[in-house]
Design a protein around this ligand. Structure first.
Ligand code: ADP
Length: 489
């Protein structure tokens, strides 16, 4: 559990966040301290700008003939007593120390760099400059300086280090005890405030991620109804939306698979049933013929053999249709479109059914203009469509009925209407008649088909990117309508 806790994104981001906060705080504190010190030193230098000149003026009486060292040192000591934070030096023009307010043995340098002093004097002390401190090696300090004249001629410089050693520690004391403490306290308070705000808002963000993970895990475990509630349009919201879309797609595919599976089961059941009936009838009659071979009259024998033949034909038709449908489904039979005359094809097919129509005293007629354009489709497959539709029309139309085929040109397509004055299809059956093995319950007794004819028709037209529709009433009969594109030269 502990391991998991520190592995979590929340803790990782929090650690980085706190570290950045800490570094920023430290950097800020140093910056504040440094700039406070610089600001202080610059102020100090400006305040004491005239101080060196004042001392140089004080020294004037002792420069008449030779430099009176003891007097000069006396003056230095007096000034130092009045202002212990300063160290005063008299330098020659090369920067060598001639006299100083501090005992010689306490000095670490005999000579200081002259350039900063010249720079300071050139800008009249108006620019912040640091110079060498003879009492401390490698440490620069703020200073004030002025030319030192003897008999009106420059012979060196008065060089005053502002803030000597004692002053140094006093400054440190102030820093440590005031600025630093204030800085650290401020830093500490702002760190805590920023950390609390940051951690709480991070907590909210990662809570959404954790919720998402829970949903995804539940989905992965098989609960396909799980969806993420989308709360915002940010990156997390987008990820959630993408997951929901993916989940919808998976759900749809699973549903489709389940539907296909149940259809497959249904098909197998239907096929076995449809094969079993004619087969057992054949078996029964063949057994009878064998058993009663000698006692059968010639008429009986013919009648039994006829029944066996009918069953064989039925079986053959069923197997043929199944084979055709499976080839259409597997896209083994792809339409090979070519231009042909639909009117001629309709006439050919009708002619084949003419004897059957006459047998049932059904009037089979065709209505279309002679000069209709060619259509562009697979002639073999369209012939099958016409055959199946005509076969049904004739099958379901009673004696003295009428079956008609109309063809008209509509929107660059030839529209075919196959109308009969048959028994019609109950409205509740219409959505299903194009399904495999569907036979209207009302007609089942008089229907010897397997319920595959219209499924083949629909599939063929689908492969031509076309549709078939049906209008039917139990009083007037049915009309099936489909269209085929005309051929453009
Ligand atoms: P079948 O081979 O059994 O005729 P179909 O797929 O061709 O199967 O037709 C499915 C069902 O649609 C039929 O059983 C029948 O009930 C109904 N049907 C099809 N055509 C007609 C029609 N012209 N008139 C009335 N019912 C029809």
């Amino acid at each position: 559990m502990r391991k998991l806790l520190f592995k979590s994104l929340y803790w990782k981001i929090s650690a980085i966040f706190l570290l950045v906060l800490l570094l920023l705080g430290i950097a800020f504190n140093f910056l504040t301290l440094f700039s406070a010190e610089m600001y202080f030193q610059e102020g100090n230098q400006r305040l004491h700008r005239e101080f060196a000149r004042f001392i140089a003026d004080l020294l004037q009486p002792y420069t008449r003939d030779t430099l009176e060292q003891s007097e000069i040192i006396h003056v230095f000591e007096q000034v130092h007593t009045m202002n212990p934070s300063v160290e005063i030096y008299l330098l020659d023009e090369g920067g060598n120390i001639l006299s100083s307010s501090t005992a010689r043995e306490n000095l670490k340098l005999d000579r200081v760099a002259i350039e900063p002093i010249q720079r300071f004097i050139a800008v009249d002390g108006k620019q912040f400059t640091m110079g060498e401190d003879p009492k401390g090696l490698h440490k620069e300090k703020v200073f004030t300086a002025a030319p030192f004249l003897a008999n009106g001629k420059q012979v060196g410089y008065v060089y005053v280090i502002l803030g000597g050693e004692e002053y140094d520690s006093a400054l440190q004391f102030i820093q440590q005890n005031y600025i630093l403490r204030l800085g650290v306290r401020t830093l500490f308070i702002s760190l805590i405030a920023a950390a609390i705000i940051g951690l709480v808002s991070l907590g909210f963000l990662t809570r959404r991620l954790r919720r998402m993970t829970n949903v995804v895990t539940a989905f992965g475990a098989g609960d396909l109804s799980q969806r993420i509630t989308i709360q915002s349009d940010d990156e997390i919201g987008m990820a959630a939306r993408a997951f929901n879309q993916m989940a919808d797609t998976i759900q749809r595919h699973v549903d489709e698979l389940a539907a296909v599976d149940s259809l497959r089961r249904e098909l197998v059941a239907n096929i076995s049933h449809d094969l079993r009936t004619p087969l057992s009838s054949m078996q029964g009659y063949v057994e009878t013929v064998i058993l009663k071979n000698n006692s059968l009259t010639g008429d009986e024998r013919r009648q039994y053999l006829q029944t066996i033949l009918d069953s064989t034909v039925k079986l053959n038709k069923l197997v043929q249709e199944l084979f055709e449908l499976s080839k259409l489904d597997a896209k083994q039979t792809l339409p090979k479109p070519e231009p042909f005359s639909l009117t001629e094809l309709v006439q050919d097919v009708s002619q084949k059914f003419q004897p059957q129509a006459e047998k049932n005293s059904i009037h089979l007629e065709m209505q279309f203009d002679k000069d209709l354009p060619y259509v562009f489709a697979d002639i073999g497959l369209i012939e099958r469509v016409l055959q199946n539709l005509l076969e049904n029309a004739l099958k379901f139309t009673p004696k003295n009925g009428r079956v008609a085929v109309f063809i008209e040109l509509v929107d660059a397509k030839l529209k075919v209407h196959m109308t009969d004055t048959g028994c019609g299809i109950p409205e509740s059956d219409i959505p299903n008649i194009f399904d495999r093995f569907y036979r209207s319950s009302r007609n089942r007794s008089r229907n010897d088909g397997a319920g595959l004819g219209l499924a083949i028709v629909k599939r063929v037209l689908e492969l031509h990117d076309e549709n078939i529709s049906v209008e039917s009433s139990e009083q007037t009969g049915s009309t099936f309508t489909f269209a085929l594109p005309i051929f453009h030269k």
